[in-house]
Design a protein around this ligand. Structure first.
Ligand code: GTR
Length: 427
């Protein structure tokens, strides 16, 4: 009302409005002394207080309990796996990337029925493979064609995020290779691994009105017409689609389904963690700069917060999660327990020094707080007492590094992931 009176008032109103939406990356807390005191819930204690002293209690009780809690209060419950997998290999090219690899494109029908909603899976395989290749699988932002300048990759047709779309990708006019530096396809293939990707937008277009065009309503239960407070959101849907990509990988005899690393950057790092937590077929899980809602502890007031993420991106998590905006200490878990759900499988958490919004220390501390579960399950966990210095990777069953530089995926990050995979998978 006040805004209609006079132009000076208009200015004041604009300023007030700006304050209401404040706590942007610029004015979030970046002062370690203002993080606040918090107590992390114990991953090795059942919700009823009973101690988890052995692997069988973890497996039979605590792991399912934690999965339920994360689904109910944060990522939402996903649709079940389709009764059968329906797919078609649409491209089988013996030469890709100028001869360094082979290319396969696959349509995967997401409800297990064709015709129906589908996604395009791109797989680049090493040309010199002597047997089934282990795979790095992750979702991409800019379309499958953005991960490599290989002119044979089919151009994405789905919604492209402004600034990430064809018109803005730098590598070529049509956007080919716009994200190539984040995927390092040549490096991956040269070391004998396959690279597989899906375009996240085909599953859930990443904007506030994306739900209607997403896979979610297509998988509503009989009679369901709208979202329940504990139903899945975008991250749940992207994670679920990674499992559908793995369903295909299990069918392809040139790919080694027992050695699939799931990885993602930023919001897609949150996604790879949730995918890896739920689906134990993923043998390695990698989070690149996943931050709030990913590897970073929610209870630390540093960088992005639960309230901020729920305000900026309400479609990522379920409705229940919003009730924790102002009482994060009441969450029945923190993100170290998401990491613990990956145990005893190898897990890699990577941060970037300048990526304060994602809280590098909070990511390290979460990995460290997952360590007792890894150790209880008989692994060496994260063999680092203190946070390692910049560019000093630590590779135990949990790997961690803080790279110099900003929020991104770089060749340095990939060098670590490939070395970590070699350590755990062998050559
Ligand atoms: C930011 C968001 C982060 C992170 C990032 C990204 O705007 O606040 O949680 O996910 O986007 O995905 O690039």
């Amino acid at each position: 009302m006040c805004c209609t009176r006079m132009s000076m008032m208009n200015h004041i109103c604009t300023a007030l409005l700006f304050t209401a939406f404040a706590q942007s990356p610029k004015d979030a807390n970046y002062d370690e002394s203002k993080v606040g005191n918090y107590t992390l819930p114990d991953p090795l204690k059942l919700h009823n207080g009973q101690a988890v002293t052995a692997a069988d209690i973890w497996r039979a009780q605590r792991r399912p309990e934690l999965l339920r809690l994360f689904a109910t209060h944060m990522y939402g419950n996903s649709a079940p796996k389709p009764a059968k997998i329906e797919y078609e290999v649409t491209t089988r090219a013996a030469k890709a990337l100028g001869g360094a690899g082979m290319r396969r494109e696959i349509t995967v029908w997401l409800t297990g029925k064709r015709p129906g909603p589908s996604m395009q899976l791109l797989v680049l395989l090493p040309a010199a493979a002597k047997g089934p290749s282990p795979v790095f699988l992750g979702p991409n932002f800019g379309g499958n064609h953005a991960i490599s300048a290989d002119p044979g990759i089919t151009l994405a047709k789905s919604w492209l995020r402004p600034g990430k779309g064809v018109e803005n990708n730098r590598a070529t006019k049509d956007g080919r290779g716009g994200e190539a530096s984040r995927w390092q396809a040549e490096m991956v293939l040269k070391q004998g691994y396959a690279l597989a990707t899906i375009h996240y937008s085909e599953i859930f277009p990443d904007h506030k009105d994306g739900l209607g065009d997403s896979i979610i309503p297509k998988l509503y239960r009989d009679g369901q017409t709208s979202q329940e407070p504990d139903d899945w959101g975008a991250i749940g849907a992207w994670a679920w689609a990674l499992s559908r990509a793995l369903d295909y990988i299990e069918k392809d005899k040139d790919l080694d389904a027992r050695r699939v690393a799931v990885l993602g950057h930023s919001r897609l790092g949150k996604t790879s963690l949730w995918a890896g937590a739920q689906d134990e077929r993923f043998s390695i899980v990698i989070s690149n700069d996943s931050g709030e809602g990913g590897a970073a502890l929610a209870r630390r007031n540093f960088g992005e917060t639960v309230e901020r993420i729920n305000t900026s991106f309400p479609w990522w998590f379920n409705a229940n999660f919003k009730s924790y905006n102002k009482r994060v200490e009441h969450l029945p878990f923190d993100q170290h327990m998401l990491l613990a759900l990956i145990a005893p499988r190898p897990l890699y958490v990577a941060s970037a020094q300048e990526d304060l919004w994602a809280d590098p220390r909070g990511e390290f501390l979460a990995a460290k707080a997952a360590d007792p579960v890894y150790r209880m399950l008989g692994t060496d966990g994260l063999p680092a007492k203190e946070m390692p210095s910049v560019n000093q990777p630590v590779h135990g069953t949990i790997g961690y590094h803080m790279r110099s530089g900003k929020h991104d995926v770089t060749a340095y990050d990939w060098e670590q992931y490939l070395a970590f995979a070699r350590k755990h998978w062998g050559r």
